[in-house]
Design a protein around this ligand. Structure first.
Ligand code: ADP
Length: 412
């Protein structure tokens, strides 16, 4: 071989070795890169080591980011699950992508079965279909599905790349409160309008007719009970309102029962005007902890009812009995009694068994509501036992936590 041939052969040999090495590194790279799990890069020489390290760092950062994203998705879904709303994710064509359990409950959606289904194929209520078609999502849609006692508020909120959230909320309770408020305002207006109409009528008569002083006095005498009725109603409304808004009654203030019970008895005797036999049996071993004015108002309402719904000659018994387990105050009468069908609704505002009788005796229809509220604020309960034509017993039970050993004793 000549000199140049030897040089060429050597150069070819070196190139072959270099090529072989590069191919070996490439092989290593392929094997390493195709491993599903991240492992340390293989040993490599020269520039390859740097490439491996760079790739390794890049892969590690990518895997970390992927793990973070997966965690974020899980967290967001957990967050969406925990919401007290139904949340469904819809794509640009309003097809279901995902929904939480509340949506399943509200709208019967199943995230697996209904995935990629147009939402209107699953929620078929015509109002909802129209809501989507109109595309004005500024306000929520109230939905009352036939056969479903639940009232729902549905709203579409758009986000990202023309994607949408369908939010649903159970508003059955809200609607009930709205209906109660409407009824309450209607009832109050009605209750006030009747005496006001009578008052206005008398005033007109006095103004238009030339009446002598005696007649005017007669008319004023007839007007006074109407004004008194309005005053009673407003007083009861204010009492109810303060019971609803006042801070919780104290649990470290003692209510001395001896004077309280005697006052309640005296009030019942004054109301009765001697027409009933009224007795008080009370061995007071405990005092009550709470707001005296509220407890007194509850007891006075109960005895006032007993007097008003018991014909003359009847009997009314007030009993106080306390043990370590709790304490009971009961008002028992031999009055007209209450039909069982009315018992569950008796403490509702303005609920009366006999409207005429209630009015005649100065009732506002709010007495037992006041009792219920005042007692609930003291964690006490009211039980009503009654037999029509025979009489009723209203029993108040206070929990042991509302008792403290009495400082005074009373026997009635
Ligand atoms: P009212 O002002 O009409 O008495 P309440 O809320 O105190 O209103 O009572 C509601 C209704 O419950 C009364 O209208 C009456 O029909 C009935 N009621 C309450 N207490 C008695 C009772 N002791 N005996 C018979 N009925 C009663």
């Amino acid at each position: 071989m000549t000199g140049p041939e030897i040089v060429l052969a050597l150069a070819a040999g070196v190139l072959a070795v270099l090529l072989f090495r590069q191919l070996r590194q490439l092989g290593k790279l392929r094997r390493w890169a195709s491993q599903p799990r991240l492992s340390d890069p293989p040993e490599a020489e020269g520039g390859w080591g740097e490439v491996f390290n760079l790739l390794h760092r890049h892969r590690r950062a990518m895997l970390k980011r992927r793990r973070e994203l997966a965690r974020l998705i899980v967290r967001s879904r957990r967050g969406a699950q925990a919401l007290p709303y139904g949340v469904a994710v819809l794509d640009a064509d309003y097809r279901l992508d995902w929904c939480n359990d509340a949506t399943r409950e509200h709208l019967g959606l199943d995230p697996e079965r209904d995935r990629s289904q147009p939402i209107v194929n699953v929620v078929r209520a015509p109002e909802f279909v129209e809501y989507l078609r109109a595309g004005d999502f500024g306000e929520a849609l109230r939905l009352h599905s036939p056969g479903n006692p639940r009232a729902l508020a549905l709203q579409i909120v758009s986000f990202g790349d023309e994607e949408h959230l369908l939010l649903s909320q159970d508003v059955t309770g809200v609607e009930r409160v709205e209906a109660m408020r409407r009824d309450f305002v209607a009832n109050v207006s009605h209750e006030l309008r009747t005496p006001l109409t009578v008052l206005a009528g008398f005033l007109e008569t006095i103004q238009d007719l030339k009446l002598d002083a005696g007649r005017v006095r007669d008319y004023v005498g007839l007007m006074a009970p109407q004004a008194e009725r309005m005053k009673r109603l407003i007083d009861d409304l204010l009492t109810l309102s303060s019971l609803e808004h006042a801070p919780a009654p104290p649990n470290d203030e003692r209510v001395a029962l001896r004077p309280l019970l005697q006052r309640v008895r005296a009030e019942s005797e004054a109301l009765s005007g001697g027409k009933h036999r009224i007795s008080l049996e009370a061995a007071v071993e405990y005092d009550l902890l709470g707001a005296e004015s509220e407890i007194s108002s509850a007891f006075v309402n109960l005895v006032s009812n007993a007097v008003r719904y018991t014909p003359a000659g009847g009997e009314i018994r007030l009993r106080w009995n306390s043990t370590d387990a709790g304490t009971e105050f009961s008002v028992e009468d031999t009055g007209i009694g209450i039909d069982p069908e009315h018992l569950p609704r008796l403490t509702e505002r303005f609920y009366r068994v006999d409207r005429g009788r209630s009015r005649e005796t100065g009732g506002t229809g709010l007495g037992l509501s006041i009792v219920k509220h005042a007692l609930a604020r003291h964690q006490a309960t009211l039980t009503i036992d009654s037999t029509p034509g025979k009489g009723s017993r209203f029993t108040v039970r206070f929990p042991a936590a509302r008792l403290a050993p009495a400082r005074q004793k009373v026997e009635g």
